[in-house]
Design a binder for this molecule. Structure first.
Ligand SMILES: *[C@@H]1O[C@H](CO)[C@@H](O)[C@H](O)[C@H]1NC(C)=O
Ligand SMILES: *[C@@H]1O[C@H](CO)[C@@H](O)[C@H](O)[C@H]1NC(C)=O
Length: 227
């Protein structure tokens, strides 16, 4: 009897460790900056990277290129390959900013499921490629036309309006506004309105850390310590 109870207790404990999920929110971004995880000094313990940055036309950034968001004339930008990837009607892969402390999150992957909004019940697996100025339980999803936020390299990279496309925070407000973006970014803009079915900003989620799909680490060039 005792050992059965012990077994039950161990099973319950391991189930809670595996399934422990944290409540959070989603927001959107596309600032065209070299992401914070693009600096080796910002990586989480054990991560091999940094995440790739791109030149103005989405080729590899030169090794000595400066972040276009912080240096006038800088030639290191975000990469168009950081757009969301549809896996099925209920699962997408993608990239996100996560948390205020880069060294806590850089290159880790997370799975979340929306618990509100029109994507309620749908999930994403995202790799954290950016951090700083983001709530620790928020995922700031990379989706073109998602808002330039605090910094804007999209004017330098693509000739976007000074405040970015749509709202500075949150970006475009409808699927039809995606036509204002350059053609190589439109699919990832449509993802929000067509796959997620709405704005995505302030929707509620629950999430947990997961091991990264190789599809994401091969795009970012950064692999975190396994969990
Ligand atoms: C970006 O990199 C690609 C590939 O190396 C190169 O062909 C292209 O000319 C570069 N673009 C700029 C603006 O430097
Ligand atoms: C990332 O690293 C750069 C360069 O060391 C630093 O300036 C920046 O503040 C770091 N970002 C975050 C969010 O820690």
């Amino acid at each position: 009897m005792f050992s059965v109870l012990k077994l039950v207790a161990v099973c319950l404990l391991s189930a809670s460790l595996v399934q422990a999920r944290t409540a959070g929110t989603t927001t959107t971004t596309w600032d065209c900056c070299l992401p914070a995880c693009g600096y080796t000094s910002n990586l989480s313990a054990g991560a091999r990277g940094p995440v790739k940055g791109c030149n103005k036309t989405n080729g590899p950034a030169a090794p000595d290129a400066q972040n276009a968001c912080f240096t006038s004339g800088g030639q290191a930008f975000s990469c168009s390959s950081y757009q969301p990837i549809i896996i099925s009607n209920t699962l997408s892969y993608g990239f996100a900013g996560h948390g205020n402390t880069a060294s806590a999150t850089c290159c880790k992957c997370y799975q979340f499921t929306w618990t509100s909004g029109t994507a309620q019940g749908k999930s994403m697996i995202v790799q954290a490629i950016n951090a700083g100025g983001i709530t620790d339980t928020d995922f700031d999803i990379y989706t073109p036309g998602g808002g330039v936020g605090d910094f804007n390299a999209c004017t330098a990279q693509y000739g976007a309006p000074a405040g970015g496309w749509g709202r500075q925070y949150g970006g475009v407000t409808s699927d039809s506004q995606c036509s204002e973006l350059p053609s190589n970014l439109q699919a990832g803009c449509h993802w929000r309105w067509q796959w997620a079915g709405g704005d995505v900003n302030t929707w509620q989620i629950t999430y947990r850390q997961v091991n990264c799909p190789s599809q994401l680490t091969s795009i970012s060039g950064c692999t975190p310590a396994s969990i």
